[in-house]
Ligand binder design. Sequence first.
Ligand code: BGC
Length: 328
Amino acid sequence: MNVKKWLKIFLLLLFLFNLFFMLLYGKKTFDVENRTISNHQYDYHFALISEELDNEYWKVIKHGAVDAAKKHNVYLEYLGPKQADNYEQLKFMDKAITTKVDGLIVQGIAHPYFYQLAHKAFERGIPVVTVDTDIADSERNLFVGSDNYLAGVQAGNAVIKNTKGNQYIGIVTGRLDALNQEQRIKGFMDAVSEEKRIKVAGIEVSSITKSGAMQAAYELLKKFPYLTGFYGTSAQDGTGIAQVVNQFQIKKKIYVIGIDGLPQTMHLLETGSIDATVIQYPYEMGYQSVEAMIQLKKGNKVEPFKHTRTRVMYREDMQRLLKKGSIK
Ligand code: BGC
């Protein structure tokens, strides 16, 4: 055989060798995006899309989801806009569907684009679990989170129970375009409408930040100086309201009811700056949404609603729980 022929055979072998490794590692590179991180092979890749990435409340949901993900060998990707923004959040949802995650856990958004994306996920066989806020008439598979209407009713009933005489309440709400906030206001309004002495004076928006809640509480007090109470409908509203009420050094007692049990809220509950808070269980929401997704992946039947608890908490409850060491 002449040299030329040997060279041809050698080049052919080299080509086949390269092709083999290209196919092998090319496939692996694709897998890295989905399920292989630092050589660990995961069974599934789920995405959890929050309302706001660094929001304290969402970090607790993430914590629960991460713990369940570890248990089930799931690679959990946590995504969301830097600041709450429906459109940005929906873009994350679209991207996760395009990158073919195995399951999508997302806050429900009352927007036509959400319905379209839930449909797109359905068509591609990607199960969708809504967490924290539901869009029940979309093609999502199930919801894990509070009954937000009930949370509003509980807040309203607490105001009825804990106040006497005429009451003028200012509502500070996270966002007007978030369905859970809307439901919490509706529940509250329905509950207090039974009681003629309680009136809602006005509503302002906090953009789910503490500084926004302070601004909103300030605006309400300026517009309605006769306010006797506040109801904050998202996790940081109670703390913002309490700060303004304390700063104003108002002589009369202003009743403050918030939502959630973030550490700052619990602290203000203990010191008496917040009178009551409707506790949600975000850790459970995160944990149970991953568990539910696993059931869906296994093809098991799941109920369309998995409501986590809500309950009103007072200073006394907190002190009792602290004594028992069981506050979570
Ligand atoms: C709500 C979430 C919201 C959060 C904002 C919670 O009470 O359930 O939807 O993102 O407050 O801090």
